[in-house]
Design a binder for this molecule. Structure first.
Ligand code: ARG
Length: 654
């Protein structure tokens, strides 16, 4: 049962009579932060009273008089300027909690209106190894997938792998010109990754070289403008606007300097190695030639297609290894290449329907209010990322019967998706489209996270490091146990894996997805912080209580013991646990897994307060002992179910 929803339902009628936007007001019924203000609190009387020209307290009293809450709450209380405090009836709380004790779904009802939802997430561009930039889509997307599925929707995860893009032209070029056959035979993926990096580096070098003169000129111009400016300031120091303008110029110089430095770095990286330099000089047209390899691949060139077919399986195996470690599986992995045969038809159809037209040789869809068009065929005849995504929409709606498509993709692609959704709608494809966007993972310096050499950090090595660091903590903890270590080697490594991978996932999910966040090992693995570990420990400790008391969780749950909520810490814990359905609903509502992470941390905290105040195994009598064991068991189930919805594992012992 979703208590919050029930409460909002009850208030819905009287509130709708007072305002045209009742939902906004109903959203102001929230769980109280402070138990002294009841279990739930409604704040809508204040804004409503303003509109109604009444006193908020009077209005609150009027509204309460129209709502029948007797079966849910004690007599509501109007407090302070006009807050309505609601306290659940104890018998109701006991009943709901008792129901959850044996409910597999912990009170989360299956949706009555199941939708078919495609969740498009992860979607790395293959042939380059997965890196930290792929983390957020993978982790957030998987959590959303699990949450929707748990609610009873028909959910299809689809990994829209970038397996047809320009990176293949680069690898083909690298393979034809720079490959090391021995290494390729032994470890194709590693060699392909090396070739990608090499071609990328040499291409970057040439691009930087050609950009440099222009950059130098811009910088010189800016310097002379600044010098001129300073002179003017000396002449007319009273003119305050000059100072502001100088600040602006300084800012421009800073940006330009940064660009200059990174361009310089691309050049230095190659020039500092005689070998690389020679190679770069031998391949002056690498950018153009790699592009040609891509074009040949797309045009059906036999050799390039043979190479593509040779490279792809190895790349997919490497991807799947990472997914296996993360505990992630996809229902479908229809990469960009899958849609290649459909692209010409997409363009033809859009042209026929007069939604797309030629502009400077390219075929474009113009979308109202957007200055840049959606290019679906370039002047050289190549189809684009946009064309593929349009074909994908059509396929998902026609073949997968999707009513909703979620794209878990970083916020830099906002414009692409806006254009995509509008175009798809005009094209006649009707579904709920949603770009579930997210910010970047930053390093300590506040810039996108890179290795010291400036490369993206590989996801594999990130996982390895997380597990290695967790292992140290797990060992320390186990060695420090009062009665000696409990875990054998295998258990220690299992725990380290759950803690390490759980730590990475939790940190990512716990941040509001729209914001950037700084990656920090210490914060992520802290045992007393906002971490997965903290919750995992709470779960393991509960199991420890059962072991110590020689009690079995399954038997206790089904033995028909009476649940008592006599102590305030017991009541507070029950109240927190019965909120699980309400939080799952809210986390799905706007696709915000961080609402669930926060809830679980709060649950672990509330449990810890309960544990300190209400002895379990040494309770005064058996009735209390069993009642508290029931609460322990329910807490453990809420914590582990909640974590599992986020893709995070728990361990019986840690
Ligand atoms: N491969 C793309 C990238 O790395 C992300 C694809 C997201 N999904 C989509 N249907 N466009 O930027």
């Amino acid at each position: 049962m979703n208590i919050l929803e029930q409460l909002r339902d009850r208030f819905s009628d009287p509130i709708s009579k007072l305002t045209a936007s009742p939902d906004e007001c109903l959203a102001m019924i929230r769980p109280s932060r402070d138990a002294r203000h009841g279990d739930y609190q409604a704040n809508f009387a204040m804004p409503l009273a303003k509109q109604q020209k009444k006193l908020p307290r009077d209005l609150a009293t009027e509204i309460i008089a129209q709502v029948d809450l007797a079966d849910l709450c004690e007599e509501p209380e109007v407090a302070g300027p006009g807050f309505i405090n609601l306290r659940l009836r104890d018998d109701l709380l006991i009943n709901i909690t008792t129901e959850l004790l044996t409910d597999d779904r912990l009170g989360v009802e299956r949706t009555e209106t199941p939708r078919t939802v495609v969740v498009d997430y992860s979607a790395p561009n293959v042939a380059k190894p997965m890196h930290v930039g792929h983390l957020r889509s993978t982790v957030i997307g998987n959590a959303i997938y699990r949450l929707l599925k748990f609610q009873g929707h028909q959910v299809i995860s689809d990994n829209h792998i970038g397996d047809w893009g320009t990176q293949f032209g680069m690898i083909i070029y690298g393979y034809k010109n720079f490959r090391n056959d021995d290494v390729y035979q032994q470890n194709a993926v590693a060699e392909l990754a090396r070739l990608y990096r090499l071609v990328n580096q040499v291409s970057g070098y040439h691009a930087a070289k050609s950009k440099m003169p222009n950059l130098e000129q811009q910088l010189a111009e800016l310097e002379s403008r600044l010098a001129e400016h300073r002179q003017r300031e000396e002449v007319t120091p009273e003119d305050k606007s000059l100072k502001k303008a100088r600040k602006q110029l300084n800012k421009e110089r800073e940006t330009l300097n940064e660009e200059f430095a990174s361009t310089r770095a691309s050049i230095d990286a190659v020039e500092s190695s005689p070998q690389l330099k020679e190679l770069a000089e031998a391949h002056p047209d690498i950018v153009e030639n790699a592009r040609k390899e891509t074009a040949k691949l797309h045009a059906g060139d036999e050799e390039n297609n043979r190479l593509w077919n040779e490279f792809l399986p190895a790349c997919i195996v490497a991807l799947n290894e990472v997914y296996a470690r993360l505990g992630i599986e996809f229902d479908k992995a229809l990469g960009e290449s899958f849609y290649n045969p459909m692209l010409a038809d997409v363009v033809a159809d859009l042209q026929e329907k007069e939604l797309a037209k030629e502009s400077n040789g390219a075929i474009c869809v113009f979308v109202a209010d957007n200055p840049a068009p959606f290019i679906i065929r370039k002047a050289d005849g190549a189809f684009t990322y946009a064309t593929t995504d349009l074909a994908t929409v059509k396929y998902r709606i026609e073949e997968l019967n999707a009513n909703e498509i979620l794209y878990v993709v970083d916020s830099r692609q906002t414009e692409h998706f806006r254009l995509l959704f509008t175009t798809a709608g005009n094209w006649g494809f009707d579904a709920q489209f949603r770009h579930v966007s997210f910010g970047s993972v930053l390093g300590n310096d506040g810039k996108p996270m890179k290795t010291r050499a400036g490369d993206n950090i590989g996801l594999e090595s990130l996982i390895d490091e997380a597990i290695a660091r967790s292992r140290v903590i797990v060992d320390e903890n186990d060695d420090a146990k009062k009665n000696g270590p409990e875990l054998d080697e295998e258990e220690r490594s299992q725990v380290a894996e759950a803690v390490g991978i759980g730590g990475i996932k939790f940190a990512d999910l716990h941040h509001n997805r729209e914001s950037d966040y700084k990656f920090s090992w210490d914060k992520m693995l802290a045992q007393n912080g906002d971490t997965a570990t903290y919750i995992q420990y709470a779960y393991a400790r509960i199991n420890g209580i059962f072991r110590k008391g020689n009690e079995d969780r399954d038997s206790i749950r089904n033995a028909g013991h009476q649940l008592l909520l006599s102590h305030s810490s017991e009541r507070a814990l029950a109240l927190q646990l019965v909120r699980f359905p309400e939080v799952v609903a809210e986390a799905v509502e706007d696709y915000r897994p961080n609402l669930l992470t926060s809830f679980l941390l709060e649950a672990a905290n509330t449990y810890s307060a309960f544990y300190n105040e209400s002895p379990v195994l040494t309770a005064e009598n058996d009735d209390l002992r069993y009642s508290r064991l029931l609460l322990c068991d329910l807490t453990a189930r809420v914590l582990s179910t909640g974590l599992s919805l986020l893709g995070i594992e728990t361990c019986e012992r840690m």
